[in-house]
Design a protein. Structure first.
Length: 252
């Protein structure tokens, strides 16, 4: 950055060229393996995240090490198996990092320090069944990492719909600004919730199901086809995306 500014002051480059160079410096490239957007938090309000499953372990640990060396932002690693988490802790060695791993959600947050701030808003997270909790927990980690308070209620789906109404009423009294609703099988729960509340609802289809519902496609199609207004739908099992979208809504 200093070199670029010196060239600008000396007249070797103009303002537009300096701006482009500074933008390009925001992208870090690690041995031609990964490119990181280290200014994403400043631009979007949420830090960079790594999707772990498709990466070779040696590449993954290299990316983590280089990222932590390069900046002070927290690092999020999603869909990370417990076996890989244990190996990462060992390979990073003795250091001052704080590791917060949610085994159920398979998500790791690496922090350099813990900071406590007043929550920006409250976000409600509910699931149709207990089998959907892992995806809801992924969303919860993201919501809390983004500075909001998550109010959760799990296993309150339409199979026992009497369980739903008291929980929704409680969250409305608490002033939640967004609902994240995770459901597999026929994916009906987001439609029901959207018919009861006056805030945005984010539907998260999960891959829970069997027969025609196996893999989550039926739940996805049902949520996309919902007749209740005010629903946005993310991809199957995308708790991370739901959490980020909820944060985007409350921060605008």
């Amino acid at each position: 950055m200093k070199d670029i500014l010196e060239e600008l002051v000396s007249g070797k480059i103009n303002i537009e060229e300096a701006e482009n160079l500074l933008k390009s410096e925001n992208i870090l490239e690690f041995d031609e393996i990964a490119k990181f957007d280290i200014k994403r938090n400043e631009r979007t309000g949420f830090p960079e995240a790594i999707f772990a499953p498709s990466k070779d372990y040696d590449d993954l640990i290299l990316i983590i090490k280089k990222y932590l060396e390069a900046n002070d932002e927290n690092l999020i690693i999603t869909k990370l198996s417990h076996e890989r988490y244990v190996k990462i802790i060992k390979d990073l060695g003795d250091n001052s990092f704080i590791f917060d791993y949610n085994k159920r959600a398979q998500i790791l947050v690496i922090r350099k320090e813990i900071s406590k701030k007043e929550p920006l808003a409250k976000i409600g997270i509910i699931t149709a069944g207990t089998s959907d909790i892992n995806i809801a927990e992924e969303a919860r980690v993201i919501v809390e990492e983004g500075g909001c308070e998550a109010i959760t209620s799990y296993d309150i789906g339409v199979a026992g719909i009497h369980r739903l109404f008291p929980q929704i009423a409680y969250m409305v009294r608490e002033g939640v600004k967004v609902f994240i609703v995770c459901a597999g099988m026929e994916g009906a729960l987001p439609s029901v919730v959207a018919g009861l509340v006056d805030v945005p609802v984010i539907g998260v289809p999960t891959s829970v199901g069997y027969g025609v519902g196996e893999g989550g496609r039926v739940a996805l199609d049902a949520m996309l086809q919902s007749c209740a207004p005010g629903i946005a739908v993310v991809n199957i099992d995308n708790g991370f995306g739901a959490g980020v979208f909820a944060l985007t809504i409350v921060k605008k």
